[in-house]
Design a protein around this ligand. Structure first.
Ligand code: HSE
Length: 425
């Protein structure tokens, strides 16, 4: 076979595309507009045969496994919604030693140890830049550029939909439901908006980044996620009156002795933080590195084209033989089921008395409650582990929690139990 040259260009790289939702269509459109990139979408598999799509029906087929069985496809792109089916397909492809790109953050976060092991055993490659913060190249940068440099902290706004809702509530005085409907109409939100609003989605992204930034494979369930389902205009006003904005912020804080504290919660952000100006569906990532100092990226974290752009970047990287180094991971990839504890200062609004006692709020510096008042809050310290333990009770009880940003080591005293607190009534 003659070598590719300007007069005899290499044939386009053949892609098998699994899924044709927002991201699949975004990628398809980018590749159509830029044939010089040298990719052709050779086959497209989707689930639902009756759904109306913007391409002729003949372009689609309905058995994704047929694409895995096609040796003429050079690269596979998996961009479906269903995390279990995505794992089945991606793990089968990796067992064949295939090169695969995925955008499925829930799947990667839940199965990263197995996905790494499959790549090591069968020689395939999985890239997932599109799974974290859309078009911001954070996974590859942490994996490659910061492969050896110790990081002091990685933090950021990893969810476009909840950031959009908070922005609209502040800017337009929209109420929560109205702002959420807008985010959904714009196509940023997950099919199940709870994933965005209760911060499960940014938690998956934090878990993925923990592998590259801190060398930790975390069980997603070990990571605290508090969202904005219970946010109200009063909370937005509380922030504004103090010159702050409410944002859902993920924190990854590597610890000197190994391990890292990782959590995702609403936070009052000061005007001097780079995250203050990250609005609407934009995401922001701040990396504080030991030698490089602070880096900040702001970019589109959701939507077809931005996420398609990240998939394209992975396709090009695969063509050049790139794979993640996971340089900070130990050779034996064990799952870490526990996140080290600390005390966070929080604003706690509308917490039933027994739940507040159960949480063990201490050093209360501010509080407002009066008979007949519907707005009551307190600001004090609470353990991360207690917030995690009572996360579902807080969500169900209509309580809104936001961090002030102050943290301190755990002050030694036994954490109260809900049962004990209730018994004390
Ligand atoms: N639903 C996600 C978001 C999409 O709003 O950020 C991108 O992961």
């Amino acid at each position: 076979m003659s070598k590719p040259s300007p007069t005899n260009p290499a044939p386009p790289t053949r892609i098998g595309l699994i899924g044709f939702g927002c991201v699949g269509q975004g990628l398809y459109d980018i590749l159509q507009r830029h044939p010089e990139a040298g990719f052709t979408v050779a086959r497209i598999a989707v689930k639902n045969p009756t759904k109306l799509r913007p391409l002729p029906a003949g372009r689609f087929e309905f058995h994704a496994d047929d694409l895995l069985d096609d040796p003429t496809l050079d690269l596979l792109v998996e961009v479906i919604d269903d995390a279990d089916e995505a794992f089945r397909l991606v793990s089968r492809a990796l067992r064949q030693g295939r090169r695969v790109v995925t955008a499925n953050k829930a799947m990667v976060a839940r199965h990263l140890p197995e996905l790494i092991a499959l790549q090591r055993e069968f020689g395939g490659t999985l890239l997932y830049e599109a799974a974290v913060c859309g078009s911001i190249p954070v996974v590859r940068t942490l994996d490659s550029y910061f492969a050896q440099e110790p990081l002091l902290q990685v933090s950021g706004i990893f969810n476009g939909s909840s950031n959009y809702v908070l922005t609209r509530m502040r800017e337009a005085d929209s109420d929560y439901a109205e702002a959420l409907a807008e985010a959904q109409a714009q196509g940023f939100a997950e099919t199940d908006p709870t994933l965005d609003m209760a911060a499960f989605d940014p938690r998956s992204k934090a878990v993925i980044l923990a592998a590259h930034a801190c060398g930790l494979l975390l069980d997603p369930d070990a990571v605290l996620n508090l969202g904005i389902e219970n946010v109200s205009a009063a909370d937005i006003r509380y922030a504004a009156e103090r010159g702050k904005k409410l944002k859902v912020v993920a924190i990854l804080q590597p610890l000197p002795g190994g391990g890292a504290t990782v959590y995702v919660t609403p936070q009052f952000v000061d005007a001097d933080s780079p995250l203050y100006a990250v609005e609407r569906e934009f995401n922001g990532v701040v990396v504080d590195a030991e030698f490089a100092g602070q880096h900040f990226w702001r970019g589109r974290g959701a939507g077809g084209h931005p996420t398609g752009s990240a998939v394209l970047a992975d396709l090009v990287a695969l063509r050049h033989g790139f794979r993640y180094a996971y340089a900070k991971l130990p050779a034996e990839t064990a799952l870490t089921a526990e996140v080290p504890d600390l005390e966070l200062e929080v604003y706690l609004r509308s917490a039933p008395a027994e739940l507040r006692r159960a949480l063990g709020l201490t050093d209360v510096s501010e509080q407002l409650s009066a008979p007949g008042f519907t707005y009551d809050y307190a600001v004090g310290y609470v353990r991360l582990s207690q917030l995690h333990r009572y996360r579902d009770a807080l969500r169900a009880g209509g309580t809104f929690v936001a961090r002030t940003g102050r943290v301190r080591p755990v002050v030694a005293q036994p954490a109260p139990q809900l049962e004990t607190a209730l018994a004390a009534d």
